[in-house]
Design a binder for this molecule. Structure first.
Ligand code: NAD
Length: 413
């Protein structure tokens, strides 16, 4: 299985089976409630017009307005967008967030566009999508969209509607009048680290004696590394798109963060040795954190993985075939929809702050985030122990239970 949408539906069916979900509800959840495909014509700097394909998948809205991400990349697929919208339904369910699942995207390569072309693309996305606002569907950021893009989206939305509504768009900068939340940038990595701390405590792994290998040193990987490093964990190897480095005595993550700020890569960081990036996931460690891209732990490399715990910071890093192998090997897995839910929890905080006009400091955001992450973790653990199922299935069961309950009480089944 190497299609992320098929993999997402596989996890859905597996959880549905455990729950004894009614067939009509399973069919309903196996396809997005609404999938929109549209074109964005953009005037390029040379005067020509280029047409870009764009999408928005609204998975289900029984639990609230659909919410989240807008992914821009040249090889974007509709399956990817559908899968990510289903993941958002699950993440909102486990985070006890009153929202359904949404995901959008544009097939384009921002690195090949000028700033002006990119801005016109982003504004065109909102004009053509015509989002209906904070109580219906709320676009957020993902790969290819950062704070500037989300500020343009908000501005375009407010220009069209003629009113201020910061809660209509997520992942905005925390600037007066724009309505972003403090702590948003760190939220996902922080949540991954909190899950790692909790899971290692349960496995009896002491931070000072625990080695951690991290694939990907971007927004999520670097914050995860720094948070764990500050708590005494020994990060022994990291990689990025350019290569991998290791030091079995532990890498100085503060220094590495500075090195990446200066050079743009983890390569050649003093005090580390280079290693084959293709073998990083197979390096012996106590905790392995894939924080780069999907489908990196496969049936091919899973038999050679030597770790006690995998915390999935990336979305869908493990194929179902690999998952079965890891389970047989007794490796504990904290699944993506739980481990990386921190970002969408803070998006919910952003929406609450935008609707109320009451903005919180970073300390308050972290306090609330820790509580929500640990509640989500604890609920999943209870289901796992009660039903003797994997943590992945338990997380899906826990989220789907809430979604199904909302659907049934609304009379949808
Ligand atoms: P990012 O672009 O900031 O960083 C990605 C990192 O992975 C970079 O260091 C990049 O060099 C590296 N990378 C890319 N391809 C690689 C490869 N083949 N091998 C090794 N390294 C590679 O992205 P991010 O925001 O840190 O997101 C990382 C993952 O986490 C993605 O799967 C994303 O979908 C998921 N995620 C992110 C968030 C968030 O809030 N940013 C939330 C949920 C899930």
């Amino acid at each position: 299985m190497n299609n992320v949408w098929e993999e997402a539906k596989y996890n859905l069916r597996k959880a549905a089976e455990v729950m004894g979900m009614k067939e009509d509800l399973l069919v309903r959840l196996s396809t997005p409630m609404r999938f929109t495909e549209f074109t964005i014509p953009v005037r390029m700097d040379d005067g020509s017009r280029k047409i870009f394909m764009a999408y928005r998948s609204n998975h289900q809205d029984s639990t609230g307005p659909t919410k989240d991400g807008t992914r821009i990349k040249p090889d974007l697929t509709t399956e990817e967008i559908k899968a990510l919208s289903l993941f958002m339904s699950i993440k909102h369910g486990i985070g006890n967030i009153p929202a359904g699942g949404g995901k959008g995207g544009i097939k384009a390569d921002p690195s090949k566009m000028s700033e002006g072309e990119y801005e016109r693309l982003i504004r065109g996305f909102i004009r053509k999508l015509k989002p209906k606002g904070a109580w219906v569907d709320v676009p957020g950021a993902d790969i290819g969209t950062g704070k500037q893009a989300m500020a343009w989206m908000l501005d375009e939305y407010e220009q069209i509607t003629g009113m201020h509504c910061p809660a209509a768009i997520n992942d905005k900068p925390a600037i007066l009048g724009i309505g972003g939340s403090k702590g948003g940038f760190e939220a996902t990595g922080w949540g991954v680290a909190m899950c790692t701390v909790e899971a290692s405590r349960e496995l009896g792994l002491e931070p000072q004696k625990s080695t951690v290998v991290i694939q990907g040193f971007g927004q999520v990987g670097s914050i995860t590394a720094k948070t764990l490093f500050d708590r005494g964990f020994k990060i022994t190897a990291v990689s990025d798109i350019n290569g991998a480095v290791f030091n079995d005595q532990g890498i100085n993550i503060d220094g590495l963060v500075e090195h990446v700020q200066k050079t743009g890569t983890i390569k050649d960081f003093p005090g580390t040795d280079p290693m084959d990036a293709a073998l990083l996931l197979e390096k012996e460690c106590n905790i392995l954190i894939p924080a780069a891209v999907q489908d990196v732990i496969t049936a091919d490399n899973a038999p050679r993985i030597r770790t006690k715990l995998i915390v999935e910071a990336a979305n869908a890093p493990t194929t179902p075939e690999a998952d079965r192998i890891l389970e047989e090997k007794g490796i504990a897995v904290i699944p993506d929809v739980l481990a990386n839910a921190g970002g969408c929890i803070v998006c919910d905080f952003e929406r609450i702050q935008g609707l109320s006009g009451d903005y919180w400091d970073e300390e308050e955001v972290h306090r609330r985030l820790d509580k929500r992450m640990m509640t989500a973790y604890g609920e999943a653990k209870t289901v796992m122990d009660k039903k003797s199922i994997s943590m992945r299935t338990a997380v899906w069961v826990n989220a789907l239970k809430k979604i199904v309950e909302a659907m049934e009480i609304r009379g949808w089944s």
